[in-house]
Design a protein. Structure first.
Length: 200
């Protein structure tokens, strides 16, 4: 089986796994259930994910990031915005895209919050905010590079937690929360007036 075929198989397993994860959470038991669905041997599934469900989780995270980058880069309206406005819009679009997989995101964050997965959680958060800044057009390499990502990590994390607890049908409340976070942060002074007008 060539690399493309392996990748397609891994993606198929991930897609089949999502409904199980949203109900039962992340665990190695997933492979048994997927094997039964595909009428395959469990070891044939596991061999594609040597580290077990953590490998599947890493694959899910990477695929999610790649998809987000692909979608956001094609957004013509995004390209017309200033950098600070892009940050707001990128996060808003990410939440909107993930709205159908909200429980999957919740289950994933629960696993990443475990002590044994602390470093993976930190790397995942860093990769996400780094991608957000990159898509927004940030190419800084000085001290501000790290400052921006540290501050955005706090904003993004708190917004995700708020969104997961927001039971309304739309994400309007979460958008307002995100707006407040941005307004209270000194690295986003240029966006304040524009974003405030959106929610009047």
């Amino acid at each position: 089986m060539n690399q493309n075929s392996l990748q397609k198989k891994r993606f198929q397993i991930l897609e089949l796994s999502k409904k199980h994860i949203m109900v039962e959470g992340w665990s190695d038991h997933i492979f048994k259930e997927i094997a039964e669905e595909l009428n395959s041997k469990e070891y044939e599934i596991k061999v594609l994910f040597p580290e077990g469900y953590i490998d599947l989780l890493k694959f899910y995270i990477q695929e999610s990031e790649d998809l987000m980058i692909k979608i956001l880069k094609k957004n013509e309206n995004l390209h017309k915005l200033t950098t600070h406005k892009k940050i707001f819009e990128i996060i808003r679009l990410r939440l909107q895209i993930n709205s159908k997989d909200k429980e999957l995101v919740r289950r994933t964050l629960g696993v990443l919050a475990r002590p044994q997965n602390f470093l993976l959680g930190i790397r995942t958060l860093y990769a996400t905010v780094d991608n957000i800044w990159y898509i927004a057009g940030d190419r800084s390499t000085d001290f501000n590079y790290y400052t921006k990502r540290l501050i955005l990590s706090k904003i993004y994390s708190s917004t995700i937690i708020y969104w997961l607890n927001d039971e309304s049908k739309s994400i309007e409340k979460t958008e307002k929360f995100l707006l407040k976070q941005i307004k209270n942060t000194s690295i986003f002074p240029k966006i304040k007036k524009t974003l405030t007008a959106i929610f009047r």
